[in-house]
Write a protein that binds this ligand. Structure first.
Ligand code: NAI
Length: 362
């Protein structure tokens, strides 16, 4: 019998109303019966912070840990020290930065994620958020439903409304999501599409979307009207956008980050939006998660009262995505039980080494 611990987000009444909310504590990724039939033990909880949490209590003898980026169980080196039986960590989704990957390597713990499972979902959310900011959607919508500016004031909304056409848009990271964002931008007739990534796209692939690589971050940021962040969080991207690098942005640029909150310095970005240096910021990730009640991005508005397109971490957990990452999680665990090799693209670290090239240049 194998003990499997899953830390997921709570769905409450919504999980009952919508059984396809598979990523919830209640619906257990659809794998509870299957694990039971095979005689394994499954513990599922959303209680993840502190030494008395279910996470820290049950990790001590679990062999498989399932976590989700949407409600991350932070598996630090210290917590990993208590996890004497742990062999496999499965991220139900994409992005395993909530696990100390170097510590996992030292202990030869395998970390796998369901690569590709929600990349279209995120790319669609990125496009929506870019348009939302550039076209000043939220303040305009607030006029209609909340009666702002007397309930109908075209000028108040239009003063900050632009077209995406003829703007320069750049992605930090041109992997699965970054490239799909570029593909979806093509019909908008932007002035230029740029990318910043240490892994260059194959020439033909870049040509298909008309994207140009800029190797220097300062030069890249200085050319973009819109910057979208689509790289993993690791040592090389933590706090990448901060007070210093914000100076390189064009005045009035828009920023969309659905990658990870900790890539952007929260207070520095809030200051830049409040001053109007950055016209708007949107995305769905923060550090830590759930977002603190007093997190600066909750009260971050530009001088005209707009420029905030934040949502809770929802982009990669559409109902369509949940089916894919639930099936992928099951497949990774099945392979583990049956001694079958994992799909190479799903492996982040294995056997004491990084299997993925996306978590930093080494
Ligand atoms: P991917 O592995 O296909 O692509 C990542 C790209 O980032 C690679 O091309 C890599 O070379 C590049 N990169 C790494 N470090 C970089 C750096 N320092 N500067 C520039 N580029 C760098 O990953 P994918 O599927 O595109 O996902 C990217 C990230 O998006 C995930 O790691 C995760 O953090 C986040 N994500 C967020 C979701 C959400 O719901 N908000 C859902 C899925 C992923």
């Amino acid at each position: 019998m194998v003990k499997v611990l899953a830390i997921l987000y709570s769905g409450g009444e919504f999980a009952k109303q919508q059984p396809r909310l598979l990523g919830t504590v209640e619906n257990k990724l659809g794998i509870a019966d299957w694990l039971k039939e095979h005689g394994h033990e499954l513990v599922v909880s959303d209680d993840k912070e502190g030494p008395n949490s279910d996470f820290q209590k049950h990790i001590k003898d679990a062999e498989i840990l399932i976590t989700t980026p949407f409600h991350p169980g932070y598996l630090s080196r210290e917590v990993m020290d208590t996890a004497k039986n742990l062999k496999l960590c499965v991220t139900a989704g994409v992005g395993s930065d909530h696990i100390d990957l170097n510590a996992a390597n030292e202990r030869k713990i395998t970390v796998a994620e369901v690569s590709g499972s929600n990349v279209v979902s995120v790319a669609e959310h990125v496009l929506m958020t870019i348009l939302n900011l550039v076209r000043n959607f939220v303040p305009a919508h607030d006029q209609i439903t909340r009666g702002e500016f007397g309930g109908w004031n075209v000028a108040a909304a239009a003063r900050d409304t632009y077209d995406l056409e003829n703007k320069v848009v750049g992605t930090i990271g041109a992997g699965r999501i970054g490239y799909r964002v570029l593909q979806r931008l093509v019909p908008f007739d932007c002035k230029e599409l740029l990318y910043y990534d240490y892994a260059p796209l194959p020439e033909e692939v870049a040509k298909k979307v008309g994207a140009r690589r800029v190797e220097d971050l300062k030069e890249f940021l200085g050319q973009c009207d819109v910057v979208t962040i689509n790289c993993p969080l690791h040592e090389g991207t933590r706090n990448l956008i901060n007070k210093e690098t914000l100076q390189y942005f064009k005045k009035g640029a828009w920023v969309v980050n659905t990658a990870r909150g900790a890539i952007v310095n929260a207070q520095d970005m809030a200051d830049a939006v409040k001053s109007g240096h950055i016209s708007g910021y949107g995305g769905d990730v923060s550090f830590p998660q759930p977002m603190a009640k007093d997190h600066p991005w909750r009260t971050m508005f530009n001088p005209n009262g707009g420029g905030n397109a934040m949502t809770p971490h929802v982009s990669g957990t559409s109902i369509d995505a949940q089916i894919r990452y639930a099936n992928g999680t099951k497949d990774i665990i099945r392979r583990y039980f049956e001694g079958e090799a994992q799909e190479p693209q799903n492996l982040i670290v294995e056997g004491g080494q990084y299997a993925s090239k996306a978590y930093g240049q080494r």
